[in-house]
Design a protein around this ligand. Structure first.
Ligand code: ADP
Length: 611
């Protein structure tokens, strides 16, 4: 495996910290301060303890002893209080950390070009980075957890070095013991301990990384078969009826086997830290012997033995921690890199800056000029040389058989995709030149596969937390939902679905369609587009909606997409789509008059069902 350069690791780590700062402000800093206090505290305590023991074993001055005891007690008390406060704040922040890390993905998804949401490669990339989040904290959690280790290591090394100077400077009178070569021997011993620990970590990581790569598929399978399949209420019916849990159990068996192989490998890997501990033990023994020998020959008092033993072992721990964090950093940088590759997916859609003119006369018109389109990564044109012009106030019906390109036509008009060839104009200007959000704000669309959300009814219709009660009621009435609303005890406060409220209501497909229609009406835009708006409605409701279409649309441009011609016959203009082309345009009467036309054929084919 190719190792990452130090330069790259530094830049990835820096970026990781800036993301943590953005999404979990204060968490890394809080952990750093906590650990700073936590690791300085023992050094101060051990220094005071050494002074107290030295005082007791030599001059025994009560006043001095009292001052030492008071200082050390006060210091420990202040540290304990500070640590407790910071710990509570950090724990609270850390408990929310995972949700905030999840938000990183939501923010990126919403900023992606719509076309990338359907790009399998990009969504695969997201999935990989997201799995990475839950399995390995995406590197971000490891960065957070690494902060205390880094602070502890730095404090341990610096403070230990300062506090061991006197160990080497003090003279015992014995030439062998006072030989400056001991400084080198002791430092080599401590460094050996640190190095062996680092080697063990690298070996552990190598095994771990190999399993990480092998586990990508298993992780995904586990997420799906161990969780998603059972958690989602939408899947529950089919899981039960088709006993999908049997398949899931089989996959889970494999996962368990895979996991036990992994455990065996991890168990074998524990040989490396064991060897490291032996080396560290031996290095410590040499240090202990040196300190004991120096004290024996009278270089310092008994109290200082406690100080030097503690401080040297802290120096060893500091070096081990530092080595550990450096090798661990290499592992989480690879996880972070995966996350950043996803976050760095660029936006390709051209975003103009023109404002959409707010016209008092509502004189907007949209024109498709020789528009052809194929979906990204596909070869076939699903729209071919579409030419169509319509203005606000008109009702346009887009009819045609399934798969003839009607919905795609709408998606292009709303700029979810850009045409492969040709252009779409709003008041004579290519729609790409308009500010994207402003352009979107002139459309209300009820897509065939619309979604309502687990909020209150009022919030669903207004799509905001605060809303105009009367306007919501009016829109629900126009959409034919008024009777249903009257039967709801909590009225507009009634929650849809049970995610956030045990009393939330489950609604039928037809009721949902009425709500989606009301939502589109509430947005009150110059264009209202309804894609198969009555597909889920019963015949009576369908009749009601269609007979009120003109009233519903008011002075807006209403575009209806339907494969049911009877529903669209009252529209001022009807465009007949067939295999991606507009094959006919006109009013119902004009189109029906052409007995060789597609409209005539479709009308007669459907008419027999209405007779
Ligand atoms: P209609 O609304 O008339 O039923 P659509 O516009 O939904 O037709 O689909 C037209 C064609 O485009 C169909 O052949 C469909 O399979 C294809 N299509 C629709 N959406 C996508 C997509 N996201 N990616 C690739 N092909 C698609």
């Amino acid at each position: 495996m190719k190792r990452m350069s130090i330069h790259k690791r530094i830049s990835i780590t820096k970026r990781g910290f800036s993301i943590i700062k953005q999404y979990c402000p204060g968490l890394a800093q809080g952990k750093a301060v906590y650990e700073l206090i936590n690791s300085i505290q023992p050094f101060i305590s051990v220094w005071f303890t050494a002074q107290i023991i030295n005082e007791i074993s030599s001059l025994r001055r009560p006043k001095k002893l009292l001052i030492y005891i008071l200082f050390v007690s006060l210091f420990n008390f202040v540290c304990a209080v500070l640590k407790s406060i910071i710990n509570h704040v950090c724990n609270e922040k850390e408990s929310q950390m995972w949700s905030w890390f999840g938000k990183i993905f939501s923010d990126k998804q919403i900023s992606l070009d719509f076309v990338d949401l359907e790009n399998a490669a990009i969504q695969h990339q997201r999935q990989e980075a997201e799995e990475n989040l839950y399995m390995f904290g995406n590197g971000l959690a490891q960065l957070v957890w690494g902060v205390p280790t880094l602070v502890r290591a730095s404090v341990n090394i610096l403070a230990s070095l300062v506090m061991t100077v006197s160990l080497f400077v003090s003279q015992s009178g014995n030439k062998v013991i006072d030989n400056p070569l001991w400084i080198l021997i002791i430092l080599v011993c401590i460094a050996l301990g640190g190095l062996s620990n680092s080697k063990a970590t690298i070996k552990e990581n190598e095994v771990f990384m190999k399993w990480c790569q092998d586990t990508v598929w298993f992780n995904r399978a586990f997420m799906f078969f161990g969780r998603e399949l059972y958690m989602s209420p939408e899947k529950a019916k089919d899981v039960r009826i088709y006993e999908q849990n049997a398949i899931a159990e089989k996959v889970l068996d494999k996962l368990i086997q895979h996991d036990s192989e992994k455990q065996t490998a991890i168990f074998k890997m524990s040989i490396y830290p064991a060897i490291a501990y032996i080396i560290i033990g031996l290095a410590n023994a040499v240090c202990y012997l040196f300190i004991a020998a120096k004290a024996l020959f009278g270089a310092f008092g008994v109290g200082s033995i406690v100080q030097y033993v503690t401080v040297l072992s802290r120096l060893g721990e500091g070096l081990q921690d530092l080595m550990y964090i450096l090798s661990d950093n290499e592992v989480y940088c690879t996880h972070l890199q995966k996350l950043f590759e996803y976050l760095d997916i660029p936006n390709h859609m051209y975003l103009g800056s023109l404002t959409v003119e707010k016209r008092d006369d509502n004189e907007y018109y949209v024109e498709f000029k020789n528009v052809s389109f194929k979906y990204p990564n596909t070869e076939t044109y699903v729209l071919k040389h579409v030419n169509l012009k319509f203005k606000v106030g008109e009702t346009l019906a887009v009819v045609g058989m399934n798969g003839s390109g009607k919905t795609t036509f709408i998606k292009l008009m709303c700029r979810l995709y850009d045409p492969t060839e040709g252009e779409i104009l709003l008041n004579g200007v290519n729609i790409q030149k308009y500010n994207y959000n402003e352009y979107m704000s002139i459309f209300s669309v009820v897509f065939q596969d619309f979604r309502l959300f687990s909020f209150s009814l009022g919030q669903n219709i207004s799509t905001s937390a605060a809303y105009d009660y009367e306007k919501v009621r009016e829109c629900l009435k126009k959409a034919g939902f008024d009777e249903c609303l009257d039967s709801m005890a909590n009225g507009l406060e009634t929650f849809l679905y049970k995610d956030f409220d045990a009393d939330g209501v489950e609604i039928s497909g037809g009721e949902a369609q009425k709500l989606a229609l009301a939502r589109a009406l509430y947005k009150d835009t110059p264009f209202i587009i309804l894609d198969e708006p009555t597909a889920a409605l019963d015949p009576l409701s369908e009749y009601t909606v269609y007979s009120k279409l003109n009233e519903i649309a008011g002075d807006k441009t209403a575009i209806y997409i339907s494969h049911r011609l009877a529903s669209c016959r009252f529209c001022e203009q009807i465009a007949v789509f067939h295999a991606g082309e507009i094959v006919q345009k006109g009013t119902h009467e004009e189109l029906l008059a052409d007995s060789k036309g597609k409209y005539y054929e479709l009308w007669n084919a459907q008419a027999q069902y209405y007779k």
